[in-house]
Design a protein around this ligand. Structure first.
Ligand code: PEP
Ligand code: MG
Length: 324
């Protein structure tokens, strides 16, 4: 199987209908970057910047961070890297930050919420990213955006950083993409202005599923009850796809489910055109997508959802047997 995937490395993930799906990889450390060439991923759809904070014993300095990000960009060799700003709190506690005693850390002071309350850290990281880009294109995404206003404030912080760099005579990125991660159901109901304001949306399926089903992603006992390929969740995701299509907002999915071939196929079938996954999943996902007519798969899923079918996993497995 490994050889079969290797032979697909330089081929696109295109269904038999001609629909092309961009497959990207998730990363978080320098050590992950060699997989970019090895896996055939088109870019890094999610770079979890907090990992580099978590392996340190003290808060990294801006200079150090900027050197680190420059190395990541160089290692990516011009491929797009979506740098997600710090997603700490919840399960990711920095050893040098006072731990919060919160009864529900996953729903607590985490991710962008920390960045907005402590703008110094957010600004420092944004400035490190802008400096690392040295005038080249830069992609930034904010984690755990819950309301439109949170995105607007974070985006304004970035604009302030850019202004300052300009005044200092430092180069600013030739192209800037600023996106939001959709990880809470609330964001799917943000006003149209939000969908137009973001350059892209990336669904963080791990957290989104946790909050959609109210089932702790760390708790095996409850987590296993709820399937991504459930009709209710897919109906919800289809609504997100529709809103992005209306607004012309590029949409991708970067939770772990994107790396499971059947899940990836269904995401492509309902309209996702970009998926980001662990590098080892790129081959298997591409292998399946290349054998399937995604338009027909999309019709099959839509018909099943319209008829009230809940078990889309079973439905899709049967559809694959009948159609291949
Ligand atoms: C997610 O929530 O799906 C996600 C990609 O982010 P993380 O797993 O780092 O929370
Ligand atoms: Mg998340």
């Amino acid at each position: 199987a490994q050889e079969r995937y290797a032979s697909l490395r330089d081929l696109p993930a295109t269904g038999t209908c001609g629909t092309r799906i961009a497959l990207q990889m998730n990363a978080g450390l320098m050590a992950d970057l060699p997989s970019l060439a090895g896996s055939g991923a088109e870019g890094v759809g999610l770079f979890r910047t907090e990992l580099q904070f978590l392996i340190r014993s003290q808060m990294p300095k801006r200079l150090e961070l900027s050197a680190l990000y420059a190395r990541v960009m160089a290692a990516a060799g011009g491929k797009r890297v979506a740098f997600r700003t710090l997603d700490i709190g919840s399960d990711k506690v920095l050893p040098y930050m006072k731990p919060n005693d919160e009864p529900n850390p996953a729903m607590g002071w985490r991710a962008l919420r920390v960045g907005l309350d402590k703008p110094g850290i957010l600004r420092m990281q944004l400035q490190a990213l802008v400096r690392a880009a040295q005038g080249a294109p830069l992609t930034v995404m904010f984690p755990f955006v819950t309301l439109e206003a949170e995105f607007s404030i974070a985006r304004a912080e970035l604009d302030k950083v850019l202004d300052r760099e300009c005044k200092l005579g430092n180069p600013v990125p030739s192209k800037l993409e600023v996106g939001a991660m959709l990880e809470t159901p609330s964001l799917a109901y943000a006003p149209d202005s939000f969908f137009r304001a973001v350059d892209f949306i990336s669904v963080g399926g791990n957290d989104l599923k946790q909050f959609f089903y109210a089932a702790d992603r760390e708790n095996e006992r409850v987590r296993r009850r709820y399937d991504m390929l459930n009709g209710s969740f897919l109906t919800f995701l289809s609504q997100v796809v529709a809103r992005c299509e209306t607004a012309g907002t590029p949409l991708s999915f970067c939770g772990e489910d994107a790396g499971r071939p059947l899940e990836a196929l269904v995401l492509a079938a309902i309209g996702f055109r970009s998926l980001s996954m662990r590098p080892a999943s790129v081959g298997p996902v591409k292998h399946l997508i290349r054998q399937v007519n995604l338009i027909e798969a999309g019709k099959a899923v839509a018909t099943a959802l319209a008829s009230g079918e809940q078990d889309i996993r079973e439905m899709m497995n049967a559809w694959l047997v009948d159609n291949h």
